[in-house]
Design a protein around this ligand. Structure first.
Ligand SMILES: *Cc1c(COP(=O)(O)O)cnc(C)c1O
Length: 480
């Protein structure tokens, strides 16, 4: 057998002097023999070397910066499987403490020492668990009434994150969408209730809509739901998808009622790995009370010195994120979280203001309520522009920035927008560098003699790649 790893004397050869570095990396077949760890490391590392710097990625919501102690703590726990509770009982207790802290941040009325909630790999799993619980509660009621329970549905705005499409498909629960429009930029409670009937398992308002950064008005929805339930005798409830807002509102807008202070909010989910400030993957779901978590979803363990309820779609999963979350709670405290979120929001607002000053652009919304926002090209500017936001995305990528351009959901699909998410680790100085790069890009685009290919496609309303370009057509665009 040919030894790919060693030329004569290769053990002492510098990594980049080795024969292995002259060979292609394996694609479909495991290599015949071993490679030295130094070389294997370098090959794997180098394959991702050229990618965008995570902190210049303004597309993602997910944590890309933690301090050295948090990183050390999480690395030290890299080999711990959360499910091995008997081996690591303190981690299960720590998980329970994190759930308690989350529940109290969301004003849980539950009196028990251990609040009812669950750890998840992200908001996706947490949303699934909240949704499944609502479905099972509804089903139990229907069974008790001797009524059919084969056509469940839930109601959400068209600004839903893809997890809700998965929830609908995987559990075969009909998703009813309230369209977002330029006038109704968030979920309209009355429209939502028009879509409800006896088969509605829940309504899902979003705090930090992925597409726009806005918050649905949960307090208004709760009021409308209360009147609706009183009139119909149904028990339509609310699950709040607070993937982003769950860690923003308690710190920056504690007076806004969106959480367990509201009557029909029975469960809330969030992403610990977004503004919970922990590396992926971590999510949390909390129920208002134990009675809203169907027993079939949970099993209790009694060997931890406390009664801890365990719920989840996964079995094995890493525990390091729990240590990371608990560390952040201790390290930052309420005040520290508030300061970090305040800075992210303030920098987002600063960028929002500066973008508004640039001739080609108009912001989608007046206010920035979460540390993210979207903007689009003014229709009157777009009429004569030789470029599009997709060109700007490409241009910025050349300087390492990832600023995504995309079309809005149904009814607003003619709007091509651009989004910035500001996370911990994005400073005012970086914001100024980004603004400088945007201005330079515009100056270059304005010198173009001929329209770019995306501009041509957009003007002809042709699909380019998988995207539909056209934001010049709609008459209401001029209003914004
Ligand atoms: C990010 C997000 C999700 C999915 O969360 P993950 O943590 O990535 O699984 C669900 N809903 C909303 C509103 C989100 O922003």
């Amino acid at each position: 057998m040919e030894d790919l790893n060693f030329r004569k004397g290769d053990a002492k050869t510098e990594v980049f002097g080795s024969n292995r570095m002259l060979q292609p990396a394996p694609v479909d077949k495991i290599p015949d023999g071993p490679t030295t760890p130094e070389i294997a490391y370098q090959m794997v590392k180098d394959e991702t070397f050229a990618q965008t710097q995570p902190r210049l990625n303004l597309a993602t919501f997910v944590t890309t910066y933690m301090d050295d102690y948090a990183t050390k703590l999480m690395n030290e726990a890299i080999n711990i499987n959360y499910i091995d509770e008997t081996e690591y009982p303190r981690i299960a207790v720590m998980n329970g403490k994190c759930i308690n802290i989350m529940a109290n941040l969301w004003n849980s009325p539950e009196k028990a020492d251990w609040k009812t909630g669950a750890l998840a790999i992200g908001s996706s799993e947490a949303c699934m668990l909240g949704g499944v619980a609502a479905w099972l509660r509804w089903r139990k009621r229907r069974q008790a009434q001797g009524k059919p329970f084969d056509k469940p549905n839930f109601v959400i705005s068209s600004g839903f994150q893809v997890v809700w499409e998965k929830f609908a498909q995987l559990w075969q629960i009909e998703m009813r969408q309230v369209p977002l429009t330029l006038d109704k930029t968030t979920l309209d409670p009355e429209e939502a209730l028009k879509m409800c009937d006896e088969n509605t398992i829940c309504i899902v308002p979003i705090q930090g809509v992925t597409w726009t950064g806005l918050n649905d008005d949960v307090e208004a929805l709760d009021k409308a739901v209360d009147a609706y339930n009183a009139k119909t005798g149904y028990e339509v409830c609310i699950h709040v998808d607070a993937a982003t807002g769950g860690f923003i509102l308690p710190f920056l807008n504690p007076e806004v009622k969106w959480d367990f202070r509201l009557k029909w909010v029975l469960s809330i989910s969030t992403s610990g790995h977004k503004f919970g400030l922990v590396y992926p993957g971590l999510g949390w779901v909390v129920w208002k009370d134990k009675k809203y978590l169907p027993e079939v979803m949970s099993f209790s363990v009694n060997y931890l010195g406390a009664d801890i309820t365990q719920v989840g779609l996964n079995f094995s999963r890493p525990a390091a994120q729990i240590l990371g979350q608990y560390y952040q709670f201790i390290r930052l405290g309420f005040q520290g979280y508030k300061e970090v979120q305040y800075n992210s929001l303030t920098i987002a607002q600063y960028l929002h203001d500066e973008i508004a000053k640039m001739a080609p652009f108009v912001n989608y919304a007046k206010d920035v309520v979460n540390p993210l926002f979207i903007w689009y090209m003014k229709p009157e500017y777009a009429k004569n522009a030789k470029w599009t936001l997709y060109d700007l995305q490409d241009k910025l990528a050349q300087s390492g920035w990832m600023v995504p351009a995309y079309t809005l959901p149904n009814n607003l699909e003619n709007y091509v927008v651009m989004r910035i998410v500001v996370r911990q680790g994005f400073s005012r100085d970086m914001a100024d560098m980004l603004l400088g790069d945007i201005k330079n890009a515009i100056a270059e685009f304005e010198k173009l003699e001929y329209p770019t290919t995306t501009r041509i496609a957009q003007d002809k309303n042709l699909p380019v790649a998988t995207k539909v370009f056209n934001h010049t057509g709609k008459p209401q665009a001029a209003k914004k």
